[in-house]
Design a protein around this ligand. Structure first.
Ligand code: PRP
Length: 176
């Protein structure tokens, strides 16, 4: 996979630090709740929070949209909901990638219905060329091309999440 690296570990680290600085400034005195979407977002969240200079809370949601497939079905299912109420809280949704936007759009609808004080979105990667629904993304690490990516949380059939860099999958998977 090393030959197909698109974003190196060093580039990721530098950008995650910048995002953390921006978020720390924007959420000063707000003690936001960072909501991480499992599983892909967990690596990004873990690195991001360690560069923040403000106190935050964290919670996790698991949704399933793709299953074993590499193309979206457009159907999103909640597998694990938040542990805490978000009413009146400043919520920052943390994602590894926004692709079609369907997952995010669904999640935002659900979370907004719970009356947070604010809801913003932070994604490490933005694959804007694939967008099917308009979704607001407030913090973006990198714009990425429309190729299948793995590493730093992103998987192909549950593999490669542990890679410290982001790479293009060598053989593009067949659409299932
Ligand atoms: C990925 C990613 C987003 C979603 C983005 O999750 O983490 O949640 O797909 O795609 P979309 O914009 O087309 O909806 P995935 O369903 O692959 O689960 P995972 O994080 O557990 O790998």
């Amino acid at each position: 996979m090393e030959g197909n690296v698109l974003i190196t570990a060093e580039e990721i680290e530098r950008r995650v630090k910048e995002l953390a600085e921006e978020i720390s400034r924007d959420y000063q005195d707000k003690e936001p709740l960072l909501v991480c979407v499992l599983k892909g977002g967990v690596i990004f969240l873990a690195d991001l929070v360690r560069h923040l200079t403000i106190p935050v809370n964290m919670d996790f949601m698991a949704v399933s949209s793709y299953g074993q497939s590499t193309v979206t079905s457009g159907q999103v299912r909640i597998l694990k909901d938040l542990d805490t109420s978000i009413e009146g809280r400043h919520v920052l949704l943390v994602e590894d990638i926004v692709d079609t936007g369907l997952t995010l759009s669904y999640l935002c609808d659900i979370l907004l219905a719970r009356d947070p004080a604010s809801l913003k979105v932070c994604t490490l990667l933005d694959k804007a060329a694939r967008r099917r629904v308009k979704v607001p993304v407030d913090y973006v690490g990198f714009e990425v091309p429309n190729v299948f990516l793995v590493g730093y949380g992103l998987d192909y059939r549950e593999r490669y999440r542990e890679l410290p860099y982001i790479a293009r999958l060598e053989a593009e998977p067949e659409e299932e």
